[in-house]
Design a protein around this ligand. Structure first.
Ligand code: FES
Length: 110
């Protein structure tokens, strides 16, 4: 496997596929910023301290997404996320485990 595909929900609820090469040593925050998603600010640079990179993972059970670590959980508890599916994209490293992940990017910034 040379790349993975992540699906990003659009305003009309359709999903836009985003192919990401493996081995790039980047987080989803960095990828999404690079793709021009402006609400992914990533102010703290990926330290799990700002919450401005949050995304909602719509199929976390389907892809068996690993749970958040303690630092991420602490930050997530301070964020306006009511579905229980929010994650900090800076803590999601691009690996094959993310293949097929469907995410929604909140329209609002913090
Ligand atoms: S970039 Fe700050 S919490 Fe992810």
């Amino acid at each position: 496997m040379d790349s993975i595909t992540v699906y990003i929900q659009q305003d009309d609820f359709s999903f836009q596929p985003l192919e990401i090469p493996l081995g790039i040593q980047m987080s989803m925050m960095e990828v999404l910023k690079g793709e021009g998603y402006e609400t992914i600010e990533g102010i703290c640079g990926g330290m799990a301290l700002c919450g401005t990179c949050r995304v909602e993972v719509l199929n976390k059970d389907e892809i068996n997404l690993e749970g958040a670590n303690d630092n991420e959980i602490c930050m997530l508890e301070t964020l306006p996320c009511y579905t229980g599916n929010c994650r900090l994209s800076c803590q999601l490293q691009v690996t094959e485990k993310l293949d097929g992940m469907k995410i929604r990017i909140p329209a609002d910034t913090l």
